[in-house]
Write a protein that binds this ligand. Sequence first.
Ligand code: SF4
Length: 269
Amino acid sequence: MKNSGQGIVFDIKRYSIHDGPGIRTTIFLKGCPLKCEWCHNPESWNPEPEPIDRISRPKRFQKPYTEKQDLIGIEMSVNEVMEEILKDEIFYDESGGGATFSGGEPLCQTAFLTALLGACRERAIHTALDTSGEAPLKDLKAAARLADSILYDLKLMDNEAHKKFTGAGNRRILNNLRALDSQHPRITVRIPLIPQITDTKENLVAIRDFLLTLSIRRVDLLPYNRLGKAKYQRLHRTPAPDSAEPPSRPLEDIQRWFSDRGFEAATGG
Ligand code: SF4
């Protein structure tokens, strides 16, 4: 059994500019309760290290498993992750960046996550929590208390469509966001624009109208790309069939639906 000082990490990306302000180091923690059809990180789903076909020699965060496969995801301590984060401290200071905790769903490892957020706070490193919101509210609140900013995904307002495309309904996600809104002053809602699934006018206007009942006024619109499909094959999983559907509207129109109602609507992360 892992203690709060240990967790499973499946990637660390340095010099990220899409996961919060400035130049950041993004730490990807394993485990996710959702299974979004468009997920770029299917290797995050299983909370434990899992076999993945090798394409060359084992990479960082992978360990040899069989002749042709590695185990993706390695156990790291808080100190080891902090060593990685601190390598780029100078860039954070100059760019207003810091560390972002992502996944998967980082709240699948709440004890490890909060220990990391606390360690960053001790070093005055800015932190962002990138969450799907599909987690117990007490865990979300505990992590939010230590995080400088929250990146909160909203995908679909229709509960049945949410179940169909992510594997779970959206009630907890919406309720958690409502509860967090009164606790945290810096929440950005991130909306993946999946053609004809999440990017329809009906869905986006429903998200906007829900947010108008809260105080959150920052949204990031994330255009879809097909990166990550090869990983499904290497994990021996079947990806959802690629949709040939075009985006329902030009990005500028979507951005305007939000900005016209007082939102700061950015594209990309
Ligand atoms: S919440 Fe994120 S990591 Fe989890 S399945 Fe959806 S896209 Fe993938």
